[in-house]
Ligand binder design. Structure first.
Ligand code: UTP
Length: 409
């Protein structure tokens, strides 16, 4: 039995969200039950964030150099051997972040199910599995792959991968876990309804992946299998290299507790988050947080001081992640378009952003680490994000890059 209407009123009133019960009296019994159980499980503490100013305060930024492509090339054999040995000893695991809604792409299934092929079927998931299998074939051993889904795309994702037999990957090395959801608010800070009996919810960002793994009971598996390093990456970069042995070897060799793949900025004003230091700790400064002085500052060798943009491919040491459990990540607000029912019960499908989602971000986990290796990769080889339908970071641009890298479409 869900909570009663009176209990729902007591929960919603302090947060000024009583409008969620606007249609309650007209609902069927099952609709009433559904709405009340959703309200019961809502975590309204995210709304407290609206009144706090914690997010805005940043520390003192300083540049962080990278291990450059040339330096990596000079040491490639050594790094590769360290990395391959670690993979063979089972020390590396992969985390595929696939819980996002992909609202910019406007594809109504999980993004990994998008067919990026032209003359043949080539799903995004397939690209990723193939890239990973290049490594596992070279190493001669599989790597545990943990896939984060959300409540809204979990079943479809599992069914799709099972039907496609994990594109040849070993099923016993694939594990799923589901991330949490958060309520979505409008511009007046009111939680939206997607139907008279349904509260608008969205996945709570990619930053909570390790605590979601913990909630799903997966940490004992990491310990049992002795997985010392976790490689976290996004679902939507079709040129993504996972469990890259050279990256892993360089990270282990560096002694850093985490690392991130970075690409040199195409121009000083490029809109990317840059790996740097903040109050002496590794951090990522967003392009809109940089002063003009930071944007144009250069090192003695002529390179931009804030030169290395992140591409959402990070390595974390598992023991150091354990220490971060229970620590709070900052909440960010993402302005997005979201369908809803208005106070007259009429469905609205806005094209422009009308709603705010609450998200934690994986990049904030970097700042919880003591040291981070910035590892430079070639953009044209490793970064082909599928964010939009057309234009920048789109299906078109990703297809072009796949072809340039010899992938038949
Ligand atoms: P994005 O920040 O691009 O978000 O995700 P998105 O939801 O996929 O797309 P838009 O912004 O609505 O168009 C970057 C990576 O983080 C994952 C995504 O699946 C993608 O791999 N992600 C994002 C999650 O796993 N969970 C989330 O809650 C958000």
């Amino acid at each position: 039995m869900a909570m009663t209407k009176n209990e729902a009123i007591c929960k919603l009133m302090p947060y000024d969200q009583l409008h969620l019960l606007h249609f309650y009296d007209k609902l069927s019994d099952s609709g009433k039950e559904q709405l009340l159980s959703q309200i019961e499980s809502l975590d309204l503490s995210v709304l407290d964030h609206l009144n706090s100013e914690a997010e805005a305060k940043r520390g003192k930024f300083e540049p962080l150099g990278a291990l450059t492509i040339e330096e990596i090339k000079d040491n490639e054999d050594k790094f590769r051997e360290i990395g391959l040995n670690a993979i063979r000893e089972g020390k590396a695991g992969c985390i595929l972040l696939a819980g996002g809604q992909g609202s910019r792409l406007g594809f109504e299934h999980p993004k990994g199910m998008f067919n990026i092929g032209v003359n043949r079927e080539l799903y995004i998931f397939e690209c990723l599995f193939r890239n990973l299998m290049e490594v596992t074939e070279e190493a001669g051993s599989f790597v545990h792959l943990f896939i984060m889904t959300s409540e809204s795309n979990d079943i479809e994702t599992r069914e799709f991968l099972e039907e496609n037999k994990f594109f040849g990957y070993s099923e016993e090395y694939v594990h799923f876990f589901v991330q949490e959801m958060a309520p979505v608010i409008d511009e007046d800070k009111k939680i939206l309804l997607t139907a008279p009996d349904a509260v608008a919810m969205s996945p709570n960002g990619n930053g909570g992946w390790f605590s979601s793994m913990n909630r799903a009971g997966l940490l004992p598996l990491l310990q049992r299998e002795n997985i010392e390093w976790l490689n976290v990456f996004a679902v939507d970069n079709v040129l993504q290299r996972m469990a890259d042995p050279v990256f892993l070897g360089a990270t282990i060799d560096s002694g850093c507790t985490c690392s991130g793949k970075v690409v040199a900025k195409a121009d000083p004003n490029e809109r990317v988050g840059v790996l740097c230091k903040e109050d002496g700790k590794p951090s990522i400064v967003e392009y809109y947080e940089m002063t003009e002085e930071m944007i144009t500052q250069r090192e003695p060798d002529g390179r931009l001081s804030y030169n290395y943009g992140v591409i959402l491919n990070y390595l974390f040491r598992t023991d150091k992640l354990m220490e971060t459990l229970g620590k709070h990540l900052p909440l960010h607000m993402a302005h997005k378009a979201m369908a809803y029912v208005d106070e007259n019960g009429v469905q609205q499908n806005p094209e422009k952003p009308n709603a705010y989602k609450f998200e934690t971000l994986v990049l904030d986990m970097i700042h919880m680490q003591d040291s981070c290796l910035a590892y430079e990769v070639l953009r044209e080889r490793e970064f082909a994000p599928v964010k939009n339908k057309t234009g920048v970071d789109s299906v078109d641009s990703a297809r072009e890059l796949l072809i340039k890298n010899g992938v038949q479409l």
